[in-house]
Design a protein around this ligand. Structure first.
Ligand SMILES: C[S@@+](CC[C@H](N)C(=O)[O-])C[C@H]1O[C@@H](n2cnc3c(N)ncnc32)[C@H](O)[C@@H]1O
Length: 367
């Protein structure tokens, strides 16, 4: 087992950024090292913040990920290929100057949430960045936006917001009540200086040089089919390792839980749940099975005969059994090993009185 510290560029960029149910970085590197050789190709159809793909690219393998949530996708795209430090800092200064000359109002019909979450100076800056940053197309704008998303909410002393969890944005009403009860005002921060320091820290060891790594923003149900056609045309090669973690049935809503970061990326100024098939909580069991069947079935077309399948999933019965069944159907004739992950690790308990436990996880390995 190796450990990726923060003393190298690879280690520093690996942690970008906070995401629910993310792989620990060391775990991603260890799986890639154990199940592939240099030159091999890794596929992750539920990439999240793309640690699997990043680990592949950092270890002389190639990686291709697919992610439907723009927050996870942007972290992934930026960490595999960040813009240069100088250009990101210049863009930050530019936006800081623009923010000084505009009069920004909080988003309409959002009650007190935005004015209690952010100081007027921070809110002006965020609004200007939200309007101007072309994060989807531009490398510099994408890098700056990804770094901003990391600090958009979190501990009062370490983020741009009033006290919040870093991994998950709470609902607006709940947050306002919570701040009111404790008399917590938004922190007075100079957003440009705050971000400049964080950018300097991120770049202090340089930028990662990866062999080949890419993350597609899209729906795996259709993307795996597109990749299949590309494989048939010889435009891509087949894969040696399927390394992924699907959404867990009924556990989290990746879109509603990231609503504030999604607002920053141009989305609505409030949580929206159940917005589309792959954006809800995956409560409907038949739809969940259909998602896994379609995606794993499509991946089977992309893997070579000797490929390994490594899937981390929820230990709770329905998700675990659905994942195991769909994998064994998609990849018949492989031998099965199951590793269990230590049960019940506490998450950020102190903030918002959240005593939730991380559910136990199981790793399904087919070779
Ligand atoms: C358990 S998380 C993966 C976390 C990831 N291993 C990491 O380290 O960040 C599952 C991911 O699947 C994504 N997802 C759900 N449905 C999808 C779909 N149809 N296509 C692509 N991604 C999807 C979710 O947005 C979520 O980011």
């Amino acid at each position: 087992m190796s450990s990726i510290g923060l003393q190298t560029a690879i280690g520093r960029w690996a942690g970008l950024g906070p995401y629910y149910a993310m792989f620990p970085v060391d775990f991603a590197f260890n799986v890639v090292a154990e199940f592939t050789r240099p030159g091999d190709a890794v596929l992750d159809p539920f990439a999240g913040r793309a640690s699997s793909i990043y680990a592949a690219g950092a270890c002389s393998r190639s990686g291709l990920g697919i992610e439907i949530n723009p927050v996870g996708w942007l972290y992934g795209r930026v960490k595999v290929s960040p813009a240069t430090r100088g250009r990101v800092l210049k863009r930050l200064e530019q936006l800081g100057e623009m923010a000084l000359s505009v009069d920004v109002q909080p988003p309409e019909d959002t009650g007190e949430f935005f004015t209690r979450c952010y100081s007027p100076r921070v809110l002006s800056f965020l609004t200007v960045c939200r309007d101007r940053l072309r994060w989807r197309e531009g490398k510099v704008d994408g890098t700056l936006m990804a770094i901003m998303l990391v600090y958009l909410h979190g501990k009062r002393s370490a983020s741009l917001s009033n006290q919040m969890r870093q991994g998950k944005a709470m609902s607006p009403d709940y947050s306002v009540r919570w701040w009111q009860e404790r008399g917590l005002e938004p922190p007075e921060v100079d957003p440009v200086e705050f971000l400049r320091q964080r950018i300097e820290w991120r770049y202090a060891k340089g930028t990662p040089k990866l062999s080949s790594a890419k993350v597609i923003l899209g729906d795996s149900r259709t993307e795996v089919q597109r990749l299949s056609r590309m494989l048939a045309d010889g435009r891509i090669r087949d894969f040696d390792l399927l390394f992924t973690s699907p959404p867990y049935c009924g556990v989290t809503n990746y879109h509603a839980d990231q609503w504030l970061r999604l607002w920053m990326l141009g989305g609505p100024p409030r949580p929206v749940s159940g917005d589309g098939f792959s954006r809800g909580r995956f409560c409907a069991r038949d739809q969940y099975l259909e998602l896994l069947t379609k995606v794993f079935g499509g991946c089977a077309e992309l893997l070579n005969r000797d490929a390994t399948i490594y899937v981390r999933t929820d230990a709770r019965p329905f998700t675990f059994e659905a994942t195991l069944d769909t994998l064994q159907t998609a990849f018949p004739g492989k031998s099965l090993a199951i590793r269990s992950r230590p049960y019940l690790r506490e998450t950020q308990t102190a903030l918002f009185g959240d005593n939730a436990h991380k559910p136990g996880e199981m790793d399904i390995i087919l070779t």
